[in-house]
Design a protein around this ligand. Structure first.
Ligand SMILES: NC(=O)c1ccc[n+]([C@@H]2O[C@H](COP(=O)([O-])OP(=O)(O)OC[C@H]3O[C@@H](n4cnc5c(N)ncnc54)[C@H](OP(=O)(O)O)[C@@H]3O)[C@@H](O)[C@H]2O)c1
Length: 312
């Protein structure tokens, strides 16, 4: 069998990790980059994998091929970009250079991304949910690990849709040592997960990235209500009736915020500040998307609007 060729669009923290595990599975991943001067396109680079317990780090060199122009001949194309890049002229130009029916695996989080992309691309698009946590190192204010990209790979590090391309992608990543899962209604699952997370991230930004301030402020309960609103909007958009909310969501969130920093092998607060500042445009796009879609479906959106207007 010939070696699978995968084009990864986006060579940042997420693309780096998935590319590494594809290479470990004897695939041939190649990065399509927009800027040869970006730190994200420098090769070789070091990947640091944290163990889930004990804070041990296993560091490996990554040296994969990079190209600057799309072309034909790929088995799959993986889009590892933020949602803010999905309709960028650069991406649309690159997609037009692919074989028109190459399967795309779409990792960006917004619940409307597939529909948006499908307007510009006629081939099959499979959704995928990122389960890793990865970031450029060292984080601001930290000294270790050394320059590179660090990551944690929990169970379900990559959740793929139950499609031909999704199953194939999951099999490659699994062969490359990454825990994966298949979900037969991933679009809905992902819409619910992002609805839970993104309002809390917006509230954290409003409280100057301080978990303590967030825990003590009224913004946590605004985020809890906004999460319910976003979930209902996402479910309605995907043709499902709004489901019941998790009982005690506010309490669970407050507990998670207190406990999570002690469980993770890296400093959570600096990571959250660093990562979500990097993708701050995406946070705003996602809130705007829920608000817009909520108005169309005539669903409550007052807490989402409160978060959006308090964001700097
Ligand atoms: N990292 C995590 O732990 C994590 C976890 C869950 C979900 N995610 C999601 O995964 C996505 C990628 O995150 P990441 O951490 O990999 O981000 P990242 O490290 O900043 O990498 C983003 C990549 O996308 C490229 N890019 C950004 N904006 C672009 C645009 N407008 N047009 C073309 N290319 C663009 C960047 O290119 P340049 O290098 O040229 O800037 C870079 O290669 C985001 O949606 C994020 O929310 C990340």
């Amino acid at each position: 069998m010939s070696i699978p060729r995968i084009l990864i669009i986006g060579s940042g923290a997420v693309g780096a990790v998935y590319g590494h595990h594809l290479a470990m599975a004897a695939c041939r991943p190649t990065y399509l980059i927009r800027d040869t001067k970006s730190d994200n396109s420098k090769m070789p680079r070091t990947l640091h994998r944290y163990s889930l317990v004990g804070k041990k780090i296993d560091s490996r060199q990554q040296h994969l091929r990079t190209i600057t122009l799309g072309c034909t001949g790929w088995d799959q194309v993986w889009i590892c970009l933020p949602s803010s890049a999905i309709e960028s002229p650069w991406l649309l130009k690159q997609l037009a250079l692919l074989d028109p029916y190459t399967p795309i695996i779409l990792w960006s989080p917004d619940f409307r991304d597939r529909d948006i992309l499908q307007k510009h691309y006629s081939g099959p698009i499979s959704r995928a949910l990122i389960g890793i946590i990865s970031f450029q190192t060292p984080l601001p204010g930290e000294n270790t690990p050394s320059e590179g990209i660090a990551y944690v790979a929990p169970p379900r590090s990559a959740v793929l849709e139950d499609s031909e391309a999704g199953n194939q992608a999951a099999a490659w990543l699994k062969a490359g040592g990454l825990p994966t899962a298949i979900n037969d209604n991933l679009a809905l699952h992902e819409a619910r997960m992002t609805a839970l997370l993104q309002p809390v991230i917006a509230a954290l930004e409003i409280t100057q990235w301080s978990l303590k301030k967030l825990r003590q402020s009224q913004w946590l309960s605004v985020a809890t209500k906004a999460a319910r609103e976003a979930k209902a909007v996402g479910e309605t958009y995907l043709g499902k009736p709004p489901s019941r909310s998790i009982p005690g969501q506010h309490f669970l969130l407050k507990t998670a915020i207190s406990v999570a920093p002690t469980l993770l092998p890296f400093p959570l607060e600096p990571y959250l500040r660093y990562h979500f500042s990097k993708v701050s445009e995406q946070t705003r796009i996602m809130l705007d998307g829920w608000i817009e879609q909520g108005k169309i479906s005539k669903l409550p959106i007052t807490s989402l609007e409160a978060l959006r207007s308090a964001l700097p």
